[in-house]
Design a protein around this ligand. Structure first.
Ligand code: SF4
Ligand code: ZN
Length: 315
């Protein structure tokens, strides 16, 4: 360290490379990386996300958040049989985008010695997301964005794949930013049921729905990006070509602006929802899951959303 360098607030020895506005800490590379891993472990413990006998499927898209999550879980799980952790990647069939992510996900899994399964929309549903979007663009009455269709189909694909490998937990790389955006989106839509449903660990609502856990839900996205950069992880940085159409983008921009002006805003939103949990529990749930009348998968109505999409595609 030179006399002009600012020392890390944690170790007091090395040069600080990162300033954390919401805590006032300045951290060196090592202490920053450690702080992310400690935080993820603390989130896992706080929400009781895993137990020793769990088989964990990790949804790995090839982006920074899911690759970081996989690395940290592989580190945490290193004393257990490799079979306790399996990576799942969904190939939605987005030309020029998903191919690179698939290669990166597969390379990282090979390096970590973690099994990797890929599930594709084409094989599972008979069409790619590109084909679905093309068809919808030619129809007059289209209410949903590509992300809305993609989200429904991907949730189904991940759930089926997780069940196929006998996983009882499905870990996703949702960050603090994703969670804060979701809270605001549900409030803006007035969707209290969905607001209550969004949790770091989802409820067991149906025996065929694998429980989802979000160990990165207290990690800000910019810190996830820096973690990947410092760990020299190769991840897909280019955004999905459909991402700009998503409503979520507006909330992302708004929240980032608020966070710049008022550090800690995203944590405040996340923690507010956690403090509201006891009140939200008293809200009657609309999600009395039954079995879809067509495919038998969990559904909140007679015909599940995926079967509705499949019917639309066959017209
Ligand atoms: Fe699917 Fe939207 Fe994500 Fe693209 S941005 S992968 S369309 S959810
Ligand atoms: Zn169905």
């Amino acid at each position: 360290m030179t006399p002009n360098d600012i020392a890390c607030s944690a170790c007091k020895r090395r040069e600080a490379v990162f300033f954390r506005p919401y805590s006032g800490q300045r951290l060196c590379k090592k202490c920053f990386v450690d702080s992310i891993e400690v935080k993820v472990r603390a989130t896992i413990a706080r929400y009781n996300m895993f137990s020793f006998s769990d088989k964990i499927a990790v949804a790995v898209s090839g982006g920074k958040d899911s690759l970081n999550l996989l690395q940290i879980l592989a580190k945490i799980e290193h004393k257990r049989p490799k079979a306790s952790l399996v990576a799942l990647t969904v190939d939605e069939g987005i030309k020029g985008y998903r191919d690179e992510a698939l290669k990166l996900a597969s390379a990282e899994c090979a390096e970590l010695g973690v099994g990797h399964h890929t599930v594709s929309f084409k094989k599972l549903f008979g069409f790619t997301l590109n084909e679905l979007v093309e068809k919808k663009r030619h129809e007059a009455d289209v209410k949903l964005t590509p992300c809305a269709y993609c989200g429904m189909l991907r949730r189904r694909a991940l759930n089926l794949a997780a069940r196929e490998i006998c996983a009882n937990k499905l870990a996703t790389g949702h960050t603090l930013d994703d969670e804060a955006q979701t809270v605001l989106m549900n409030i803006f839509r007035g969707d209290i049921q969905r607001l209550a449903k969004e949790k770091p660990v989802t409820d067991k609502v149906h025996p065929n729905l694998v429980q989802r856990v979000k160990p990165f839900c207290e990690i800000p996205e910019n810190e996830s990006a820096l973690y990947a950069y410092l760990k020299k992880t190769r991840f897909q940085a280019a955004p999905c070509p459909y991402a700009f159409e998503a409503l979520r983008n507006d909330f992302r921009a708004m929240l980032n602006q608020m966070e710049t002006k008022h550090a800690g805003t995203k944590f405040t939103i996340f923690n507010t929802l956690e403090r509201l949990r006891p009140v939200l529990r008293s809200i009657p749930s609309e999600n009395n899951y039954t079995d879809c009348v067509e495919c038998g998968e969990p559904s909140s109505g007679g015909l599940c959303k995926v079967c509705q999409i499949l019917r639309e595609m066959s017209c």
